[in-house]
Design a protein around this ligand. Structure first.
Ligand SMILES: [Zn+2]
Length: 155
């Protein structure tokens, strides 16, 4: 048994623990605002600008009603922070004209539709990403490990 000790302070990445430009998509993992055990996998496809959001168990996001949900907004904002707006726009092939302030403006320029995408693929990339972090051995609970129960340990 490993002693469970709460982290001294929640890390910023708790909101969007994973974001990447890969596989022709802006994609990542966004934590649920209301349920710490749930995460959403959100993505926007380059070129077509089709977008998708679902839980890591492939349940559709209830916030997707013909427009990007708050998870996609959080993902886009984080991507802009991480990569810069020009790089994200170039990758997605979005015409940003005179420039954009943030991820929400970027999403507003998209003309895509919701489209099917596999949350499992992105989520497994996220888990692999975590294993690459080479975190030092510690008895302190890492915020990242909070995501693991959502993969089904409670079933
Ligand atoms: Zn969503």
């Amino acid at each position: 048994m490993v002693a469970v000790v709460p982290p001294a302070r929640p890390r910023k990445l708790a909101k969007v623990p994973f974001v990447e430009l890969a596989d022709g998509r802006l994609q990542g993992v966004v934590s649920s605002g209301s349920d710490v055990e749930r995460v959403y996998v959100s993505s926007v496809t380059a070129g077509t600008h089709g977008y998708q959001c679902s839980t890591n168990n492939n349940r559709p996001c209830g916030g997707l009603r013909g427009m990007p949900c708050k998870h996609l907004h959080a993902l886009a904002d984080e991507a802009v922070l991480q990569y810069g707006v020009d790089r994200v726009a170039r990758y997605l092939r979005v015409d940003i004209g005179d420039g954009l302030a943030d991820g929400s403006e970027l999403l507003a320029r998209l003309d895509g539709q919701p489209e099917p995408a596999s949350a499992a693929v992105v989520f497994s990339r996220f888990l692999r990403h975590l294993s690459y972090l080479e975190l030092p051995v510690s008895t302190v609970v890492l915020p990242e490990l909070h995501w693991f129960p959502a993969t089904g340990a409670g079933r």
